[in-house]
Ligand binder design. Structure first.
Ligand SMILES: [Zn+2]
Length: 398
């Protein structure tokens, strides 16, 4: 939030975030109110497929598992972020590409539609300079990103079509290697990027799209970092030093990312071993057709699903563990190379940080660690916007 909520609202915000009413806590709430806050990986557009789910209404993770909507962004003081066009990986063939493209275009239009339907609350952003202007006008910032380049098929010109429709950040791959790159999850097909993937990097640089290496295999990461003329980003990844998981990166790679001006936006997933979730697994089959049920039955099943998901967390990671990962990255790379990308509505959230209304706790913890307001703002938005401005500069050939 920027300059838009009253002192009383600040206290209410502090109370809702679980802060004690001490001067320090109320200072943290004021800082959180003043600074520009962006999360770089909001998977929330997937919720727009749910019948009767409206982004302007307040939901609760305990009732329907969703983590982000407009009222909770206001409560949590999140100014906006990168809203994701996520496409699950399927067969790498013409039929698969056509289906994926149709899906990605639908999701792209859903993002445009919710912003256009609520012009007093949301505004599309396409340049680094847009975010502060939009937030200062009291609206939420909508950058568009793409998780998985599978929908682009074998025609790199498709990337420009998405750019023209607002795309400003893109990752080549998700779970399973594809026509562009090898994934952290799946067979090594290309030994990193394919020739098409290398052309994709050049095209992203030419257009002015931030390259996102989250989900890319280490070999793909290394090649994107070497090939890209602009800094690259990890929109939602973690440090391998805390938990040895393929989705996390080792210290040497994180240092190489920072040396080229890039940023790791710290993920809340994969920070400790997965726990067994027998109740969640047992419910999956029943959840497959949930969207076809009559409204009342659907709501009841969603509520049961939410309860089971809370009762069986993915891991033992809690808020302190999340902050440990953030602090680890700050200590390793410096405050200019770390940000927040908690994978909201994409499986993210930890015990004690489960929906977007709770994020003032992050600001409070950063301040308690001794960071200044200016440093906290770099982590919440300044670093990613610096990368974006540099990507714009490279695309402009300056
Ligand atoms: Zn992801």
């Amino acid at each position: 939030m920027r300059h838009l909520i009253s002192g009383a609202a600040v206290l209410a915000l502090a109370a809702s975030a679980g802060f004690a009413q001490t001067p320090a806590a109320s200072d943290a709430a004021k800082v959180h109110e003043r600074i520009l806050t962006l999360d770089t990986h909001l998977d929330s557009p997937a919720n727009l497929d749910q019948p009767d789910w409206n982004i302007t209404e307040r939901h609760d993770v305990l009732h329907d598992t969703t983590q982000v909507d407009l009222p909770r962004m206001i409560e949590g003081g999140l100014d906006g972020g990168f809203w994701v066009i996520y496409t699950g990986q399927g067969p790498n063939d013409a039929t698969g590409y056509a289906r994926a493209l149709a899906h990605a275009l639908k999701r792209l239009h859903q993002i445009h539609d919710f912003a256009a339907a609520n012009p007093q609350s949301f505004a599309l952003a396409t340049t680094a300079a847009d975010a502060a202007r939009i937030a200062a006008s009291g609206k939420r910032v909508v950058y568009i990103s793409m998780e998985n380049g599978y929908p682009l098929g074998t025609d790199i010109a498709n990337l420009e079509a998405f750019y023209q429709l607002g795309l400003r950040m893109a990752g080549p791959v998700h779970n399973g290697s594809n026509q562009l790159a090898d994934s952290t999850n799946g067979e090594a097909v290309h030994g990193g990027l394919s020739d098409l993937g290398k052309a994709w990097v050049k095209e992203a640089n030419r257009l002015g799209i931030i390259i996102d290496a989250s989900h890319a295999a280490d070999s793909s990461f290394d090649q994107m970092l070497a090939l890209s003329k602009a800094p690259i980003i990890l929109s939602h990844s973690g440090p391998k030093a805390l938990h040895d998981h393929p989705r996390n990166l080792d210290d040497a790679r994180l240092k190489a990312l920072a040396a080229k001006g890039g940023v790791i936006q710290v993920n809340s997933l994969f920070l400790s071993p997965d726990l067994p979730r027998p109740g969640v697994e047992a419910m999956r089959a029943r959840m497959a057709d949930v969207d076809t049920l009559p409204a009342e039955q659907r709501a009841a099943l969603m509520a049961e699903w939410a309860r089971v998901n809370v009762a069986e967390p993915r891991s033992a990671s809690d808020f302190d563990r999340y902050m440990e990962a953030v602090f680890y990255c700050i200590d390793l790379l410096g405050v200019d190379h770390v940000g927040i990308g908690a994978d909201w509505d994409g499986g993210g959230g930890v015990i004690g940080l489960n929906q977007i209304s709770e994020i003032p706790k992050i600001t409070q913890a950063l301040l308690a660690r001794g960071l200044t307001e200016q440093q906290v703002e770099k982590i919440w938005s300044g670093n990613v916007l610096r990368v974006m401005a540099e990507v714009e500069r490279v695309a402009a050939g300056k």
